[in-house]
Design a protein around this ligand. Structure first.
Ligand SMILES: *Cc1c(COP(=O)(O)O)cnc(C)c1O
Length: 375
């Protein structure tokens, strides 16, 4: 008899656990008869800003749009270059290009797999206007070094916090450092909606005003267009659902951290297996639990045989994607990102896993690791 699958994601279990709160939230919206930019959005924006310790939050349609809106609000567009990580996921690049800017890439630090701030100098050109550090896996970039470089060179910083809601750098939450920061509430994120949703946050009220214009067709007031905007709104239903979930986020992130600690302890000493380091001063919220193994595909196959679902974040770095060939990079340009792409594997990690399930994953990885060394 085969044991039950250990699912990679926890969305179905999360919905079952929170469904009464969701239903109450949805009923409230139905009774209001208001579905776009109403009280739920305003309340969620206020509540998330308070949770993050920032002044302003502006809901929008997705994390990708949040990046585009952030750059447009900062005046970054055609003819400008924006630096981001070669090992990020595609939407970071889509968000930057939708603002009209050209992407420049920097490699990851091979130990942490976060964008390496020491490589910014070589990547910057006279056209560079902004940096988008990506806090991958729930960890965080060494943001102090990014900010110092940006300040020295007059560049904007837009943090990509799609995977990092709640992670901290020396005690301060990611998203509170940049000029504007972008969040995603895609269902699988640590704070997930029941569909697409996103937000920008900032401490600058003038930027916040501009973001509010840009998300509704560039209007300053009804039918007065003061900027070339988007239609990118957070709708009332998603805002109401996010309000129902936000009070649980702290506890859900803590559960992720407890599972990550259990993994780290249980996987110590597995032959060939390595874990990315969490940078000095960072507390990760473990959106993903990533391991590295030289025979990754074989490890993934053996885990699948034992019912353990895994994914790869991400199998192809940006500069090797067909869509981005025109950026002009070649294989070998970002060795840390390329090496990681061949060795990375994400194990199941979400707040709704039981300790028994985590222990089954650990046992399966240990067994596979031992046998892969032997052959
Ligand atoms: C999910 C994600 C995005 C995009 O968010 P969407 O809401 O899906 O548009 C951007 N950057 C990173 C790092 C992400 O993980």
């Amino acid at each position: 008899m085969t044991a039950a699958t250990v699912p990679f994601g926890g969305i179905a279990r999360e919905s079952a656990a929170l469904k009464d709160a969701y239903r109450a939230a949805i009923d409230r919206v139905l009774q209001s008869g208001r579905y776009i930019l109403g009280d739920e959005v305003r309340s969620f924006e206020r509540e998330l800003a308070a949770w993050l310790g920032v002044r302003e939050c502006i809901g929008c349609a997705s994390g990708t749009d949040a990046l585009t809106l952030a750059l447009k609000a900062l005046g970054v567009g055609a003819g400008d270059e924006v630096i981001t990580a070669a090992n990020t996921c595609g939407p970071t690049v889509v968000g930057i290009e939708n603002a009209g800017a050209r992407v420049r890439l920097v490699d990851a630090d091979p130990a942490t797999l976060m964008l390496d701030p020491r490589r910014l100098e070589a990547a910057a050109t006279p056209a560079t206007r902004a940096i988008v550090p990506v806090h991958l896996y729930g960890s965080a970039v060494e943001i102090d070094c990014v900010l110092a470089f940006a300040r020295r060179n007059g560049l904007h910083v837009v943090e990509d916090c799609a995977q990092s809601i709640g992670s901290t750098f020396h005690g301060r939450k990611t998203g509170s450092f940049g000029d504007v920061s972008a969040f995603s509430f895609y269902p699988s994120k640590n704070l997930g909606a029941l569909g697409d949703a996103g937000a920008c946050v900032t401490n600058d009220p003038a930027l916040a005003e501009r973001l509010r214009q840009l998300r509704r067709y560039g209007q300053a007031s009804r039918y007065l267009h003061v900027a070339r905007g988007l239609n990118s709104r957070l709708d009332e239903l998603q805002a109401a659902v996010l309000r129902a979930k936000l009070p649980h986020l702290e506890r859900m992130n803590r559960r992720r951290q407890a599972i990550a600690a259990r993994y780290a302890e249980g996987l110590a000493g597995v032959p060939g297996l390595a874990l990315p380091a969490v940078p000095e001063g960072v507390t990760s919220v473990f959106h993903l639990f990533v391991v590295l193994h030289p025979r990754r595909d074989e490890l993934q196959r053996r885990l699948a045989e034992r019912g353990i679902e895994t994914l790869i974040h991400y199998p192809i770095p940006i500069h090797l994607q067909p869509a981005y060939a025109a950026l002009g990079y070649r294989r070998g340009d970002f060795p840390a990102s390329e090496a990681a792409a061949e060795r990375l594997l994400s194990l199941p990690l979400h707040p709704w896993l039981s300790n028994d399930e985590v222990d089954r994953v650990i046992a399966a990885v240990r067994a596979a690791g031992e046998s892969l060394r032997a052959c």
